[in-house]
Write a protein that binds this ligand. Sequence first.
Ligand code: PGA
Length: 263
Amino acid sequence: MRKPFVGGNWKMNLDAAASRTLADDLARAVATDRLDQACDIAIFPPFVYIRHVHNVLRDRSSSIMLGAQDIWPDPSGAFTGEVSAPMLKDCGVSVVLTGHSERRHVIGESDELINRKTRAALDAGLQVILCIGEKLEERAGGQTDQVNERQLRAGLAGVIPDQLSRLTIAYEPVWAIGTGKNATPADAQDAHTKCRSVLASLFGADAAGRIRIQYGGSVKGSNAAELMTQPDIDGGLIGGASLKAEEFLSIVRAAAAAPSKGR
Ligand code: PGA
């Protein structure tokens, strides 16, 4: 069975005090309602607040995983401004995002760099959420499946079967991120099925059936249930709606309540 997985990507938001408060509110609610029994949960603060959030989660013995929004592939050296896998692990991080659309399209990361980051994180024993998804013009041109396939094949080149239990894919159509528009549940399900067949061609059907594929792009409390009940949607990667504890928790609850998926 694939346990749903919901991540809160805080992006470049909040300050130290607000990061602590949000982490604390989430940790308390997850423990009280035992939400972690039916859903894995991770939060991704900005680098500078990772320590603050780590301390809150540690003090509450929380099962919420601490995530980083980015990583640099080399372990150390002359890479001004960058942060490596050993540094992230040292700060209590267990999961990282790679290939997020803002890093692909605003910052200009290539498939090749995203692949190096993905492999470096997996080689270091971290979990990875590899984000993929098409832009509006690519969808309009009927290229959604090709773009997803290219980003999956390039992003996962060199990943070995032993590492797959630490891999999650996030399908996030770029036109749906932060825009209030989201794919219909049927369109999202269709994209997820196609992504799973690409994973099957790379790693075999059994392995592909175990890899979680999150949906992302304007997910909120009010639309989470219809997305999370789709048979190939295994949780979500949440941006804007992860900045308010109650809104994020309502998405976690929808994912936790969805019928079990996979074998
Ligand atoms: P959004 O962002 O929920 O604000 O659309 C999702 C993401 O970028 O992961």
